[in-house]
Design a protein around this ligand. Structure first.
Ligand SMILES: C[S@@+](CC[C@H](N)C(=O)[O-])C[C@H]1O[C@@H](n2cnc3c(N)ncnc32)[C@H](O)[C@@H]1O
Length: 253
């Protein structure tokens, strides 16, 4: 089954699954980082935008937003949520644009969906080409060397007469450039329980290697994975926010 099919199945549950994520805080944090490091422009593109939660909040900050995702059912939900934004079906590892963007985001670790180092490099190159001068690329990432296979995040939501329970966890076997995101959904009502499990293949990378991939294209600033304050990365944490300012080096790469 392709990643596309996985999110087709998931799209109807996606916003419930993410009900405990503070998208407003994440979007505000991204906006503050763009104000500090960016070029002041308002053209924004969210890669792997899903159902458009970041776009919803960044529109309120005055951005002219677009979203790109590989899954049409997710984009359909995004368009319902944000009718004033533009949405395009496409692959973040291979996309071209007509007019450059000032600010490109990619959240919820979605850059790892590029799948392997080659496609991650293609994604970085595509983002660089799509940015205006001094434009900013902001994303979050997990360092493969810090993945604890025993950790998982869980939460439950009551919807009408059912209880939905969602689980997610990383798995990395300790070597190579592949990790998986394991997702589980359980829907229980008084009569029966339905369970749904899936594993999404993703690229595994350490932060040192990621910084080396970004370096030819961007000046990179790394921050702790916090959204209510801006704190420099302590060089130890396995989750971080990357703020990448486009280098003015056309022709040298
Ligand atoms: C975990 S969701 C994140 C959605 C949204 N960014 C959020 O924070 O809620 C991952 C999204 O990545 C999309 N995706 C996966 N691979 C992709 C690719 N190669 N190019 C563009 N989108 C992709 C999926 O369709 C899905 O909507």
């Amino acid at each position: 089954m392709s990643d596309n099919a996985l999110y087709t199945d998931l799209s109807g549950y996606y916003d419930l699954m993410c009900a405990d994520i503070n998208y407003r805080a994440q979007s505000n944090s991204a906006h503050r980082l763009q104000q500090i490091f960016g070029n002041g422009g308002t053209r924004h593109l969210d890669l792997a935008c899903g159902t458009g939660p970041h776009i919803q909040y960044l529109l309120q900050e005055g951005y002219q937003c677009s979203g790109l995702d590989i899954n049409q059912p997710m984009l359909d939900l995004a368009k319902q949520r944000c009718p004033e934004a533009d949405f395009t079906l496409g692959n973040m590892c291979d996309f071209e644009i007509d007019t450059p963007y000032d600010f490109i985001t990619c959240f919820l670790y979605s850059i790892h969906y590029s799948g392997d180092i080659k496609h991650l490099t293609d994604c970085i190159r595509s983002v660089h080409s799509a940015l205006s001068a001094n434009g900013v690329f902001c994303f979050n990432s997990v360092d493969k060397n810090h993945i604890d296979n025993d950790l998982s995040a869980k939460h439950s939501v009551h919807v009408e007469n059912s209880v939905f329970s969602f689980g997610s966890s990383w798995f990395y076997r300790g070597e190579g450039e592949k990790q998986t995101l394991k997702l589980s959904i359980e829907k229980a009502d008084s009569n029966h329980t339905q369970r749904w499990n899936d594993e999404h293949p993703m690229v595994a990378i350490g932060f040192a290697e990621l910084l080396a991939l970004l370096a030819p294209y961007f000046d990179v600033h790394v921050f702790e994975h916090e959204h209510d304050k801006i704190v420099a990365w302590n060089q130890q944490s396995g989750n971080a926010i990357f703020v990448c300012v486009k280098k003015d080096n056309e022709g040298e790469i």
